[in-house]
Write a protein that binds this ligand. Structure first.
Ligand SMILES: NCCCC[C@H](NC(=O)[C@@H](N)CC(=O)O)C(=O)O
Length: 465
């Protein structure tokens, strides 16, 4: 009784928002690293011989261990068993190790015949050794990054329970989007410093991951204090998690609809993010820096709107409706890139509208999960959704890379041979992205119907008056 009367650390606005900023900073640097090579894929093609197919394999490798070694499922179990502090630090450590290996793979030392070069070039000849090592590093980084994403969601759900949870998740995602904007601005500029190099941006952003580790470390002290004030209630609850709870998640129709909506939607966003700069560069005949600056408006739009829509969800609700609107908008934007003769103004409008879509869906999707999943295995709930999502995030860069290469025969060979003025046509890959939006739209409708029938509260506000 005395415990419930006591004012806890998360009752203080400053403390809970301070905690949020600390954990969001880790995600800020993580998201920078996720996209550090996205704006320099053309340079990777000329400097390291990475065709679209190779590039797609490397960017998809981030999710390989999560999906095929079930790392994300283990991550959820570790989180529910060990708590946010241990899991957060583990994930930050994995990100740093993975980034170091990726950096080594693309380094001039390795490419110049350094340790392991011969071995990594002795098999699978269509994949350069640099790309193979980069894949290993990125896969380890991806374990850390995705585990961190789940941990952060779990931590916010706990610190903001019954408070402005959707706003907090929106702010966390906005800070992550700021990281994406920053890297789209920074990466091509760092690479362009003479002598032009793909290594520099990866080295700089990799080093920044260490700051993320430190900010999360500071958060762990606050979280420990909150735990003590709560009389370790959370830890006792987390201990109740059983592996068979995973069966409950996979057996829940509504939960699975949310998970499939998530994979369809995000597969048309994050993989698109990896191909957007070369797509704009080729279609508009502009430099990679110009294309990168144009695309930076995408995360900027999402960054501004996600917290606002999060606050809307907290106070007004309408989560399922937001998911449907987001899917429609995403589909319309990708269809524009595929079918409309692109000019710069049209590209700007489509990019900004895609940013609006990318605010509607994340702002509604992640705060809806605690409405569908029991708190004691919420960590596993998030990790199962991430696992299903990662399957798409792994597969679609590969599919898009292969589709691009197959629909543009001979183009990569000409570019690598130094032929000027050769460009890729992105119509078919963009139609693939648009088709994901159509499917996500139908799942959104289905989810809304189920919510009306079963009263999950997806259309209701979060803040309890
Ligand atoms: N902590 C916020 C929930 C996740 C936000 C979401 N990120 C993801 O879904 C990641 N699995 C994707 C990735 O890291 O590539 C987002 O909207 O950024």
């Amino acid at each position: 009784m005395t415990q419930t009367m006591q004012r806890k650390l998360n009752d203080s606005v400053v403390a809970r928002w301070g905690a949020l900023i600390l954990i969001a900073l880790m995600m800020f640097f993580a998201y920078m690293f996720v996209d550090v090579i996205s704006p320099i894929s053309s340079l990777l093609e000329t400097q390291r011989g990475w065709s679209p197919d190779v590039y797609g394999t490397v960017v998809g490798s981030e999710y390989f261990l999560n999906v095929f070694v079930l790392f994300l499922i283990f991550a959820g179990i570790i989180l529910d068993k060990m708590g946010v502090r241990f899991t957060g630090l583990l994930s930050a450590g994995l990100m740093i190790i993975g980034a170091g290996i990726k950096l080594y793979g693309i380094s001039d030392y390795f490419v110049g015949g350094g340790f392991g070069w011969e071995f990594f070039n002795s098999f699978w000849p269509s994949m350069p050794g640099s790309a193979k090592v980069a894949c290993i590093g990125f896969a380890i980084f991806g374990c850390g990054a995705e585990m961190a994403g789940v941990t952060v969601s779990r931590a916010i759900a706990r610190w903001f329970d019954g408070k402005e949870m959707a706003l907090a998740m929106g702010v966390e995602m906005a800070i992550a989007r700021l990281g994406v904007t920053a890297v789209f601005f920074l990466s091509p500029r760092l690479a362009a410093i003479a002598p032009e190099s793909v290594v520099r941006p990866v080295a700089v952003v990799g080093a920044l991951l260490c700051i993320g580790f430190l900010t999360f470390l500071v958060f762990t002290f606050m979280d420990r204090k909150l735990d003590r004030q709560m009389g370790n209630i959370e830890e006792i609850e987390e201990d109740k998690f059983k592996v068979k709870d995973l069966g409950n998640l996979f057996g829940s129709k509504t939960f699975m609809i949310v998970a499939f909506l998530c994979v369809l939607y995000y597969s048309a966003i994050f993989p698109f993010q990896k191909f957007a700069v070369p797509m704009l560069q080729n279609t508009l005949a502009i430099s990679s820096q110009e294309a990168s600056d144009l695309f930076a408006w995408f995360p900027i739009g999402a960054m501004i709107l996600t917290p606002l829509l999060g606050a809307f969800l907290d106070f007004r609700g309408k989560g399922a409706t937001m998911l449907i609107l987001g899917a429609i908008l995403m589909c319309a934007c990708h269809l524009t890139f595929a079918l409309v003769p692109l000019t710069k103004p049209i590209a700007y409008i489509a990019i900004i509208l895609l940013g609006v879509s990318f605010s509607l869906v994340p702002a509604a999707l992640w705060p809806s999960v605690p409405k569908l999943v029991d708190g004691r295995y919420l960590g596993s709930g998030y990790s199962v959704i991430f696992w299903i999502q990662n399957l798409g995030l792994w597969a679609f860069p590969l599919i898009i890379g292969k589709t691009l290469q197959a629909t543009n025969p001979g183009v990569s060979e000409q570019i690598q041979a130094g032929v000027e003025g050769v460009t890729y046509n992105y119509t078919v890959p963009m139609l693939v992205f648009a088709s994901l939006g159509v499917l996500a739209f139908f799942l959104g409708i289905w989810l809304k119907r189920l919510d009306t029938k079963n009263h999950y509260g997806l259309e209701l506000p979060n803040v309890k008056k």
